[in-house]
Design a protein around this ligand. Structure first.
Ligand SMILES: CCCO[C@@H]1O[C@H](CO)[C@@H](O[C@@H]2O[C@H](CO)[C@H](O)[C@H](OCc3cn(Cc4ccccc4)nn3)[C@H]2O)[C@H](O)[C@H]1NC(C)=O
Length: 134
């Protein structure tokens, strides 16, 4: 499988925003946006699933600590469609991460108490057009 976008050596502080702009593939089964310290220690694994891992049209969020997944959090809304061009904005504070989309917003607890984001990865059926840090 093709490796997605990976950005390391970041220093994103609480209140700052990571914007990922791109297109969901027309036959997407799922994609993921991961932010945290590195690939083994994630504040947030934001994983919209069109049809994978037994989930249909479900956003699965999780954390990962030293390579071990935490408890999954499944969101009620699924504001995505195949082929959508979207911008995902991720920010955080000491208590939670926030994912803002054009028509929806999700929160996920900052379980690891991370004080900065050093790592961003975008995986799966999502073609990144641009990323912006603000
Ligand atoms: C009921 C007993 C089995 O539970 C299942 O266990 C699976 C394995 O742990 C869970 O799936 C994993 O959930 C994790 C989050 O909790 C991650 O999403 C695991 O995928 C990591 C991953 C990303 N990628 C790249 C990628 C990402 C998106 C699309 C395509 C490739 N490849 N592997 C994914 O394999 C899956 O969410 C879980 N389902 C439930 C209902 O709990």
């Amino acid at each position: 499988m093709e490796q997605g976008l990976v950005v390391t050596q970041l220093d994103i502080q609480p209140g700052e925003c990571i914007k990922v702009k791109g297109k969901i593939l027309s036959d997407a089964k799922g994609f993921a946006v991961n932010v945290g310290k590195d690939s083994s220690t994630l504040m947030l694994h934001f994983n919209p699933r069109f049809n994978c891992h037994g989930d249909v049209n479900t956003i699965v969020c999780n954390s990962k600590e030293c390579g071990v997944w935490g408890e999954e959090d499944r969101k009620a809304d699924f504001p995505f469609q195949h082929g959508d061009k979207i911008e995902i904005c991720i920010s955080f504070n000491e208590t939670e991460a926030t994912v803002k989309l054009p028509d929806a917003e999700f929160q996920f607890p900052n379980r690891l108490g991370m004080e900065r984001i050093e790592y961003l990865a975008v995986e799966g059926d999502f073609k990144v057009k641009a990323i912006k840090f603000s």
